[in-house]
Design a protein around this ligand. Structure first.
Ligand code: PHE
Length: 473
């Protein structure tokens, strides 16, 4: 059955909404943590290379497939492949991925909400203590925060694409960027911040190893929302008069700028607050790092604007990051919602209900996997490490499947859908595309080295993550 697809009101509306979806926990939490863990500037260089050389073509491919088919990911693979069973499988993979990603994304969004709530209550000084993070994520209050977040996401989604996402993103994105830049400026005035700037910007290429390469690629995919059907869905809502190439460039640039700024805030702060930081110790960092250092940065503002002022800034910042996370969560949930509507003929409400219940059950299991319930806390053990449910979902769906989905998308577009259809779609709404450098690059890369590199990194990730085998050494 065909469903009438909502259209974005304007081109800038599309870009802001797509950038609003792209900017989220990946940029503000995932990127700085990955940069800290993986050698700072060495990671930054790999990340930038991957964004522009590999991810950008995949981004254009996803948007084109979405706009041409006017369908959800599953429907897109099905209709453009002439209902081939093999490609249907790829469509399913692209559908399960955002579903599973939304599970851990939800958990981190709930943590952000908990931090916002505590900052509003005037507990910024408590939040800055190292033990706060694990106390908070294992508190009973976390379940209340969880219900608030689930309710909010549903409220926005029932409103439809235009009403919900577009309005929120238009105000939110620019404000967040301005605030981030102001915070960077402040952090750079702190003592010893320069050591962090050096670690972040002066590459030590000897640090590039299998782990750095894998992390940079999955982080780039995740941050640009690739490999999870988001851009296929967004493409299907994009007007035919819009240039896919220009929109993709702007979204990729904004997203990378925000991630870069988040790194420039966090890395110098780490070196400033812990002047004895050993670079070797940083490789064991985890998400908790952000949740400890952000409050510390805000608390440091106390010297300038007092505790109330510092708390106010913290509240505004957490609010903006929380909204960025919510807009992302909304767009992740939009993918399986659109599929249930398109494939099963469910109403929007029914699709949402089915998804909310199943995602919530898994998210609650994740919330319980930080020590509360042994079964979820030590679910599996591989490559010599015990893994919680939360870890397993991240290892499988963020680290491993995203590049695989990207690889399949490249093969699909070039060898099944065919280059001329892709070019035709990219020329629609963009008369300057034909003969451009972008077109030439895409035509050469999408069928050759982009999928090849994605495949190699996928194999490398599986070997390293799950079997502890380092293929690059
Ligand atoms: N790209 C988003 C981020 O960096 C995450 C996201 C994934 C958003 C999927 C939408 C869809 O946080």
């Amino acid at each position: 059955m065909t469903v009438k697809r909502d259209q974005f009101g304007s081109r800038i509306g599309f870009i802001l909404a797509a950038a609003g979806s792209a900017v989220g926990i990946g940029n503000l939490v995932g990127f700085p943590v990955a940069a800290v863990k993986n050698g700072g500037a060495a990671f930054l260089v790999m990340y930038a290379l991957f964004v522009f050389l590999l991810c950008f073509p995949v981004m254009m491919a996803e948007l084109s497939v979405g706009r041409s088919s006017q369908k959800d990911p599953l429907g897109a693979y099905r209709s453009l492949s002439g209902d081939s069973p093999g490609w249907n499988l790829a469509g399913w993979l692209v559908l399960i991925t955002p579903f599973m990603i939304s599970v851990f994304y939800m958990v981190i969004t709930v943590w952000l909400f908990a931090y916002l709530f505590e900052a509003v209550r005037g507990n910024l000084d408590q939040l800055a203590k190292p033990e706060s993070f694990s106390l908070l994520i294992n508190s009973n209050g976390i379940f209340i925060h969880f219900f608030v977040v689930v309710a909010l996401v549903n409220l926005i989604l029932v409103g439809g694409v235009k009403g919900g996402i577009e309005r929120a993103a238009k105000i939110l994105m620019p404000t967040l960027l301005v605030m981030l830049i102001a915070m960077v400026a402040f952090v750079l005035t702190l003592d010893n911040a320069f050591a962090g700037v050096k670690y972040y910007l002066v590459p030590d290429f000897s640090k590039i190893d299998a782990r750095v390469v894998n992390s940079a690629l999955s982080q780039a995919f995740f941050s640009l929302s690739l490999g999870m059907g988001i851009l296929i869905t967004y493409g299907s809502n994009m007007g035919r008069q819009d240039s896919i190439s220009t929109s993709a460039k702007l979204v990729a640039l904004t997203d990378t700028l925000v991630a870069f700024a988040a790194g420039l805030m966090i890395l110098p702060a780490i070196f400033s607050f812990n002047p004895n930081t050993e670079i070797a110790d940083l490789s064991e960092s985890s998400v908790s790092l952000i949740f400890t250092f952000l409050p510390k940065i805000f608390l440091a503002l106390q010297a300038l604007i007092g505790y109330t002022g510092a708390s106010f800034v913290a509240v505004v910042f957490f609010l903006l990051v929380f909204f960025a996370a919510i807009t992302s969560l909304v767009s992740i949930t939009e993918v399986p919602t659109a599929s249930l509507m398109g494939e099963r003929g469910y109403s929007r409400r029914k699709s949402l209900l089915v998804l909310t219940i199943s995602m919530s059950l898994l998210s609650v299991a994740c919330i319980l996997s930080f020590g509360r319930v042994g079964f979820f806390t030590e679910l599996f053990s591989y490559a010599g490490q015990s893994k919680s449910l939360f870890d397993v979902i991240i290892d499988v769906f963020y680290d491993t499947i995203l590049p695989l989905n990207g690889f399949l998308m490249c093969l699909f577009v070039i060898y099944r859908w065919k280059k001329q259809n892709l070019n035709h779609e990219l020329e629609t709404g963009d008369e300057r595309f034909r003969g451009s450098w972008t077109e030439r690059y895409l035509n050469v890369s999408l069928g050759t080295f982009v999928p090849l590199i994605l495949l190699l990194i996928f194999i490398n990730t599986v070997a390293l993550k799950f079997f502890g085998i380092n293929l690059l050494s």
